[in-house]
Design a protein around this ligand. Structure first.
Ligand code: TXA
Ligand code: MG
Length: 334
């Protein structure tokens, strides 16, 4: 069942469902989440089951905005230790598309954390997510565990309709979806591990390394083998059914040139103006990274739905503002 989130009664109903241990499709500024009360072990197991996600892959716990902007106090019930650089990141980027991994208090959110002794925390900026998190808090829900609302390994949802599509076989009693429109950021949050004394980038997103380093006053390390498991860091992830291939514009043009009339079953997503390719489904990639991120997953789903076998995508430009998009496309192509 999908409810329009601009109705306050819908928010209250969703909050009550969370408090009762049910699943809610929650819009955030990044992607839609499949939400449950992080403190309710059986509700959280319901998320893993619905997604088909291995239960040792940790989930992000979402928090409402801090009272009086005191983030250190806001995360204290869940996080055991909070380094100063993590508080600086919260002050700079929360609410917003940044997730911080912090040492977890052993008595909280164990199932959501997938067995890690850390916990991923994020305060979303989306007004519907914030309203839901606040209303749920009033019903005793401290934090809301929510991975992206897609089946394991599939493209993340950026509209309520995508969520309904992913979980079509869940009944109205099992899943309530709040429709908050299309997600404005469009790709998942940047993840920074703050549990090892220095900031480590686990997943690129629209908050860039340059921005993070400026706030932390120290270099952002690359992830290594010691980093905890993150399904968003698996080589193949975010994959549509069609095969995705990334190519520079010249190579894409050459590939179109040899196709001739035999162009059925191929879609192209490119910034460059390409010649030929009659019969090829073409979508223009925005020249701006933020605009591309915003539409990326919806475009992949849309092209996939046309039944094409191949999606040829022009390589994103160099530069840190494209890191998030480049990362998602590389995984979709793997
Ligand atoms: O933008 C987002 O982050 C969205 C929205 C709904 O908030 N959520 C999202 O969740 O992308 P998910 O589960 O699809 O990806 C979360 C990533 C996973 O790769 C997970 O392994 C990692 O965060 N993660 C969560 N908790 C962690 C922890 N304690 N240690 C290491 N990685 C963690
Ligand atoms: Mg995901």
């Amino acid at each position: 069942m999908t409810l329009n989130a601009s109705d306050p009664a819908a928010i209250e109903q969703a909050a009550q469902r969370l408090a009762a241990g049910d699943l809610v499709g929650m819009p955030t500024e990044t992607v839609y989440g499949l939400a449950a009360d992080a403190g309710n072990a059986s509700a959280v197991r319901g998320i893993f089951e619905a997604k088909g996600r291995p239960s040792d892959h940790p989930l992000i716990v979402h928090l409402p905005p801090a009272e009086g902007g005191d983030w250190r106090a806001a995360v204290a019930p869940l996080a055991r230790e909070v380094p100063d650089f993590a508080v600086a990141l919260m002050n700079a980027f929360w609410p917003g598309p940044l997730t911080l991994i912090l040492p977890r208090r052993p008595e909280v959110a164990a199932v959501a954390a997938g067995g890690q002794d850390s916990v991923g925390l994020r305060c979303p900026s989306h007004p519907v997510a914030q309203a839901l998190l606040k209303a749920a808090r009033a019903h005793g829900v401290l934090g809301v565990a929510a991975p992206s609302a897609n089946r394991f390994g599939r493209v993340s949802p950026t509209t309520a309709a995508h969520v309904a599509e992913e979980f079509a076989e869940l009944g109205d009693e099992q899943l309530l979806i709040l429709d908050g429109g299309a997600c404005p950021v469009g790709i998942e949050s940047t993840i920074v591990d703050c549990s090892r004394g220095v900031p480590v980038l686990l997943r690129p997103g629209m908050v860039t390394p340059t921005q993070i380093e400026a706030v932390c006053g120290q270099p952002l390390r690359e992830r290594d083998e010691a980093a905890p498991r993150a399904s968003g860091t698996l080589e193949s992830h975010y994959a549509p059914s069609a095969q995705v291939r990334l190519m520079p514009a010249a190579q894409l043009q050459a590939a179109l040139d040899v196709l001739g009339a035999d162009a059925k079953g191929i879609a192209v997503y490119a910034r460059a103006t390409l010649r030929g390719g009659r019969g090829v489904t073409q979508r223009r990639m925005p020249a701006d990274a933020a605009a591309c991120a915003q539409e990326l997953f919806a475009v992949l789903r849309e092209l996939d739905a046309t039944g094409v076998k191949l999606i040829w995508v022009e390589k994103p430009p160099e530069g840190a503002d494209w890191d998030g998009v480049r990362d998602r496309l590389q995984r979709a192509a793997a």
